[in-house]
Design a protein around this ligand. Sequence first.
Ligand code: NAD
Length: 278
Amino acid sequence: MILLNGRETADILNEKLKEAVLKLPSQPKLDIILIGNDPASESYVKGKLKTAESLGMIVEIHNLEDRVEERIVYDLIQKLNHDNSVNGILLQLPIPKHLNSELLIESIDYKKDVDGFHTMNQGLLFQKKKGIRPATPQGIMMLLDHYQIPIEGKHAVVIGRSQIVGAPISKMLLDRNATVTITHSKTTNLAEITKQADILIAAIGKAKFVTKDMVKQGAVVIDVGINRIDGKLVGDVDFESVQGIASYITPVPKGVGPMTICALAHNLYELYKEQKGE
Ligand code: NAD
């Protein structure tokens, strides 16, 4: 069994990106909107800030209070949309329930949509056209490619169909000629399907959900889940039981997480180049 080390891979890819950023005429700038004091969101934002700054990018964080009015967030996004010094805008999710996340994401100029969540970028993905891809699926593809894991002709089973992970990773695997099965909370006989997977992607949000009886011998297992049990991070895959069966597996932490941030930084670089006509 080979560990798909996201931390190490991200470090290697980030080093190359850093060299490319150094050659740009100015520093790409990312503006992050962080609403409230959710500790998990704060920690994700800190990770994004640290990585982007280490790559020579500029990050500005806009901290807004938990009870902020939607109009204030909307106006801030408009201001950033029109600010030529801003190359990427990221609204850290989840946001408080009184705010309409769909409306706010749609209000981001899709040419600054570093997360790739805007309808325009999702549409470009589903039409197989150039655009910004959501960072987590993009990071997974970069990880598979770094380890030279064959995708074409393989049966990929994705557990989860969210707009930020399950749906886009399914399309990206399909575009690389995998045969893709998408499963979700209403799927019956889930284990029968997952047991057919050459590549199994778990993006559910339930700790240790995928157990060894759900995995085929030799499968490549990608664990997207981030769950907290007694302050400890665990994935959607029961790592202990599955590691003896999988040929490759991502750990949690240090698997998909660092690759997501790596892909985000690459997205910012691409947005910068697109905006400046580089
Ligand atoms: P989500 O809640 O939007 O979607 C979960 C999906 O799981 C749904 O499509 C649902 O149908 C499916 N599901 C739920 N119960 C199921 C069941 N019993 N059987 C089969 N499918 C079931 O979650 P999300 O935003 O896609 O995130 C999934 C997980 O990935 C979470 O733990 C999240 O924290 C994590 N995540 C990690 C990163 C990262 O960078 N590592 C990025 C994004 C999300």
